[in-house]
Design a protein around this ligand. Structure first.
Ligand SMILES: Nc1ncnc2c1ncn2[C@@H]1O[C@H](COP(=O)(O)OP(=O)(O)O)[C@@H](O)[C@H]1O
Ligand SMILES: Nc1ccn([C@@H]2O[C@H](COP(=O)(O)O)[C@@H](O)[C@H]2O)c(=O)n1
Length: 517
């Protein structure tokens, strides 16, 4: 397989919630995860409880590894975020002299030394541990690793495939299931000639030369012996039954893991006892100081008769105030400037390179204008988290993060304003924080900015799991209750009779609905 398959979710993309919630954020190729609903991979203390399931598919060149991997992906269609990771992506970077040799078929690409095994293992270990990773991109036409990398995050099943996928002991440690595709050598050669002439721009003479010089010896010395590590040997053709058995095994393993998870995590979180002091001081929530004008804003926003136009205007004003207040958590250093009267002024200047915002869609979008007013040109990303209608569990549908979070070395120093309209059950916010941490963002660099926090709601669980994040809000409401929200018209409720959900009291109603509908 020539290129790394990204999250292979296109087949069900139409079932995911629409992307139009995403305000002026244009996703670029390979920069986002779209899933049809990834359930939580952590428990209520914030720690990961389920790793991604890793399947390795090894075998000779053109034995049918890619075919097997793709059939597994197809067959696991109902499972969110199944990806293929190809060993080909990890060919080492070559010198210009080596590239020249490669064009003359004088480079050995079949010896284990041709592959950057430590990088392969570290990227796979990150993905397995549900962390973000950046995968190298390799060009068969140029015989070279390209400058760009590919962002990957959020896989629940990873299928690695490659001739030497079972050769390296460090890689083998990471696999949950090891498969070897056993194929007749004549058939492999015939397939390779067909494929390399059509897809890799090669000539038959060169293919045969390379085959006899490197491919066959490596197969005999390294590839075929690695079959002894396999759990399952799959034939190189007529292998539908074997693939079905593999998929049945994977599904069973995932169900077992999911069962363990659900026992541990009760959603909604309000059913959990949250003992102790739930005051803003005890939970270290920074609440915007109450002033008559703030009360005035809330009086308009909480009133059920407020027009949409007024609601939008005052939400924008409130988001400006609360974001401005949240800036206190960014680092400032002393700075002196000279005023127009030629007098020095000893002030402060911001000491942070990467500052970005991440909206929890849809209602977090209501903070966009305020944030943009306060921090000009702030890069914004988004996460779409929605509750499963049956289980109530939060499901992650979409991850589209700013580049300073997608690149690990920058994420470690980035400051992230996490934006949502309110923290009620806290399930979406909890998942969003976990996603940011998986990308390497520091806990104490996450500033959760919101309009309302429900005292006694999920904020206690968030604070307990993530003691170092900052939480900044405009007001704290007293309680939450389960009830019907009247007048909501939309997905799943065309008559507008109402829908059952957790309601904050006194609250502002469904802020996303009032802002956007
Ligand atoms: N089970 C199969 N039945 C028929 N053709 C197959 C089968 N598996 C692979 N092929 C064909 O063989 C060629 C090489 O397969 P591929 O999966 O790309 O090999 P590999 O990834 O091992 O190099 C492709 O043209 C593919 O269509
Ligand atoms: N620049 C390169 C790099 C690798 N190869 C050959 O690719 C084969 C592995 O890919 P499969 O999809 O067949 O598993 C391997 O046998 C290398 O010889 C190449 O030709 N040029």
């Amino acid at each position: 397989m020539d290129v790394l398959d990204n999250i292979t979710e296109g087949r069900r993309r139409t079932e995911s919630p629409p992307l139009h919630y995403d305000l002026n954020i244009q996703p670029k190729k390979n920069t986002m995860l779209v899933s049809h609903g990834l359930p939580p991979w952590y428990e209520e203390d914030g720690n990961r409880i389920t790793d991604a399931f890793v399947v390795a598919v090894a075998g000779g060149s053109a034995s049918g590894k890619t075919h097997v991997a793709r059939r597994i992906v197809q067959s696991l269609g109902s499972i969110p975020a199944v990806i293929i990771l190809s060993q080909d992506s990890f060919y080492r970077r070559h010198s210009p002299e080596e590239v020249e040799l490669a064009h003359q078929n004088l480079m050995d690409f079949d010896h284990p030394d041709a592959i950057d095994m430590p990088l392969f293992a570290s990227c796979l270990a990150d993905l397995k541990a549900r962390k973000q990773t950046n995968i190298p991109v390799y060009s068969f036409a140029e015989h070279q690793r390209l400058e760009e990398t590919k962002y990957l995050y959020g896989a629940s099943v990873i299928i690695t495939e490659g001739i030497l996928a079972l050769h390296d002991p460090a890689l083998r440690q990471l696999y949950d299931l090891k498969v070897f595709v056993q194929c007749d050598s004549d058939l492999m050669l015939a397939r390779r000639i067909q494929r390399d002439t059509k897809e890799r721009g090669r000539h038959v003479d060169g293919i045969l030369d390379q085959y006899l010089r490197y491919v066959k010896p490596s197969y005999d010395n390294f590839v075929r012996p690695s079959a002894s590590h396999a759990d399952i040997i799959v034939p190189g053709s007529n292998n539908n039954v074997a693939i079905d058995l593999i998929c049945t095994h994977i599904r069973r393993q995932l169900v077992e893991r999911a069962t363990r998870f659900r026992q541990k995590m009760a959603i909604p979180r309000l059913h959990m006892s949250t003992p102790g002091d739930t005051s803003p001081e005890a939970l270290r929530i920074d609440v915007l100081p109450s002033t008559p004008q703030l009360k005035g804003i809330f009086t308009i926003l909480r009133c059920k008769d407020t027009s949409r136009q007024d609601f939008v205007f005052f939400v924008d004003r409130l988001s400006t105030l609360v974001t401005e207040f949240a800036l206190q958590h960014l680092p400032y250093v002393p700075a002196t400037v000279i005023t127009p009267t030629e007098t020095p002024y000893h002030g402060k200047t911001l000491d942070a390179r990467d500052i970005c915002g991440v909206l929890i869609l849809r209602s977090g979008g209501a903070l966009t204008r305020g944030v943009r007013r306060v921090i000009n040109d702030i890069p914004l990303g988004s996460l779409l988290v929605q509750s499963d209608a049956k289980t109530g569990e939060p499901l992650l549908f979409q991850v589209l993060l700013p580049v300073c979070v997608r690149e690990r070395h920058r994420a470690e120093n980035a400051w992230v304003f996490l934006l949502d309209a309110q923290i009620g059950t806290g399930a979406a916010g909890f998942m969003a924080i976990r996603v940011l941490l998986d990308h390497g963002v520091r806990q104490d660099h996450i500033i959760f900015v919101t309009f309302l926090v429900a005292r006694g709601g999920g904020v206690s669980v968030i604070r307990k799991a993530f003691p170092d994040i900052k939480i900044v809000c405009a007001a704290v409401d007293d309680e939450m209750r389960e009830g019907w929200l009247e007048g909501y018209k939309g997905e799943g409720n065309p008559d507008g009779v109402g829908r059952k959900c957790w309601i904050m009291q006194p609250g502002m109603g469904q802020i996303g609905d009032r802002y956007y509908l």
